[in-house]
Ligand binder design. Sequence first.
Ligand code: 5GP
Length: 216
Amino acid sequence: MDKMEKRVPKLIIVSAPSGCGKGTIMEKAFDRDEVFYSVSCTTREPRPGEIDGKSYHFITTEEFEKMIAEDSFLEYAKYNQTYYGTPKKPVEENLAAGKDVILEIETQGAFQVKKIRPDANTLFILPPSVAELDRRLHKRATEKEETIKRRVSQAAGEIAKADKYDYVIMNDDLDAAIDDFKAVIDGIRGVKEPAVRFSPKIEKIKNMIREVLENA
Ligand code: 5GP
């Protein structure tokens, strides 16, 4: 068997609180044909510009609960009183076909997957600060004030778990964050040498996690 045949496809989990620029980073980081991006199911309403089947599979609570009963999810979680879940079949099929798979999911789901697939690689994207996250979510202004507040406090709770991830990067500068993201993903995929656990902004990252933990 040569080296190519032995390569084990990688399962990569990316988490970031909403408003961290995760979507933009992932979109710009590389060609989506190289890896399989899992499309999640959700019971929330589509936001303007979101496409059913591409951004998410937008389904009803009834449909979601039927899928839970049928064991169709690799993981699922309730987040902001909304269901989010990763359909199991496409992930398994792509891994079986030798393709690397990326899941863009929140922390509860990430830890569920890590439990059943300890070989999964986890990456957390931090915003520069909680204050900046608050500002970004307000700027997007697609949601009610109440929802934004809940998202900000939820984000702080998630940031407190960033330290449990295999890799952590910070989006304080979009271009640099894209480079850091690429370095981690290419390192995991074996395209380049392994990336460092914390991006070059190690001190900034550690300070922010510490600040969030102290205010928790
Ligand atoms: P949003 O509503 O902003 O699109 O997503 C809210 C959160 O749900 C984000 O942190 C996003 O990563 C997460 N999420 C999206 N899909 C899934 C999924 O399939 N499972 C889990 N556990 N979280 C998800």
